[in-house]
Unconditional design. Sequence first.
Length: 295
Amino acid sequence: MPKHQQGSLFDPAEPSSPVASVTAEGVVVREVRCKSLLNRSGIADYSFNCYTGCGHGCVYCYARFMQRFHPHDEPWGAFVDVKINAAEVLTRQLRRLRPGSVFTCSACDGWQEVEAHYRLTRRCCQMLLGAGFRLNILTKSDLVLRDLDVLAGREARVGVTITTPDEDAARLWEPRASPVSARLRVLREAKASGLETAVMFGPLLPNISDTPEALARLFALAAEADVDRIWTDTLNPRPRVWPSVQAFLRDGWTDLLEVYRCVLFDTTCRADYVDQLNRRIRQAAADAGLDDRLS
């Protein structure tokens, strides 16, 4: 499919409301209005985000570059803008857009905590499926199980992201995402509902989830859940990611600072690392009998 400019994924929302609420986790939530919702994407035909920002607070989150387009006083992971007119805008767009595949979602987790209250992602998924679109879902939240009634029997694939098989490490790197065990439950229950399933192992964290032992555990989990498709991702130096990762490593993981700096910024080091990592991934997939499901 043709590539589109990354910026075309997003339309700036109107300025945030001066009225904000704060969740129990300290995430600032504002209600805003958007001008468009479903946008052309380089990941699928389309993508949409009912929220700007994400309360999961993942250290490595690539979407933090969005603050270039939506400046906030709060750091990434500490704010969420809720596009309260998302369904209204999507209704207008569906009158003129041809059905296709929709990546759900590209710059936030559509099932993060605020979705339990606003239910915008659920409503938009219903509308898209009703209009003949196919959904490719990727989430770190077991809240998506709430919506299996909407997804089951429809053109939808449910996927979860798992960065590390270690629950303790996951809680540190992804502090407000669902536990790894809950994400695995999503895969099992989605599969039991007759849905195609997928898992994204990534970004694989150097010396944490990229080792042969960790990869073997990850692929064993995928085999147990009988996932249909597996993707992997290498940690990348996307805009604004390194300052977040660097600050995190300095607070208890200082022995990994140079390792991460090398992997991210030393061209020769990174090329060697990626080559070796791909070899380990292929070996782990083969050992688990899943090499035919690895994308």
